[in-house]
Design a protein around this ligand. Structure first.
Ligand SMILES: C[S@@+](CC[C@H](N)C(=O)[O-])C[C@H]1O[C@@H](n2cnc3c(N)ncnc32)[C@H](O)[C@@H]1O
Length: 183
């Protein structure tokens, strides 16, 4: 996939459009960011270019959507190639094991881009709610993608939930959705 960010053409496997990359860079400027699902680093690099620091969590074993694959070495190489390795801490393991190790309410932004089925998005969002600061921003990828209906279904239920901790969810650009977290 070709991907242009800040005038630079990137060419490695990834899951992000140029507009999504620019949106992430804008939202994460000077922020402390948690990313769930890094793959080979397209979103990680987009975020790390402007963020204060990124904690990038992935077990690097793939999932039902992308298939089984080991992406850790490629992620590391891409972070070096785009000169953001020093701004990224890699947390390698499955979310159910790694996220409980992090202390609560420390992140300004959480970007959720792990497995796309309803239960996974729900699990990852609930775990992330413990980790995001009050007033922080949660961003979901593939929110309105017909190939990944679980994300949209989860967000539709969240919008209907009177006890939701999120401000109204905003859609766009492309497959992004985001909301502010208030508890
Ligand atoms: C869609 S890809 C992420 C794409 C990436 N954000 C990008 O912009 O290219 C999803 C990633 O989530 C990881 N993943 C899925 N379920 C996971 C889990 N339960 N724990 C840790 N990583 C997981 C997969 O290994 C995969 O690399």
């Amino acid at each position: 996939m070709d991907f242009i960010f800040a005038g630079i053409r990137h060419n490695f496997p990834g899951m992000l459009t140029e507009r999504e990359g620019e949106f992430l860079a804008d939202m994460c400027r000077d922020k402390f960011v948690l990313e769930l699902g890094s793959y080979t680093g397209m979103s990680t690099i987009s975020i790390a270019r402007t963020a204060r620091h990124v904690v990038a969590c992935d077990w690097h074993g793939g999932d039902a959507h992308i298939g089984a694959q080991d992406t850790l070495a490629q992620l590391n190489a891409n972070l070096r190639r785009y000169e953001v390795r020093d701004k990224v801490t890699l947390l390698v393991g499955t979310f159910d094991v790694t996220l409980p190790l992090l202390s609560r309410a420390q992140f300004d932004v959480v970007y959720i881009d792990g497995a796309y089925d309803y239960d996974s998005v729900s699990h990852d969002t609930i775990e992330a709610e413990r980790l995001i600061k009050n007033g922080g921003v949660m961003i979901w990828h593939d929110a309105n993608n017909p190939k990944t209906p679980g994300v949209g279904e989860f967000l539709a239920n969240e919008m209907k939930d009177p006890n939701s901790f999120f401000t109204p969810i905003t859609f766009g650009p492309d497959r992004i959705a985001w909301a502010m977290f208030r508890n």
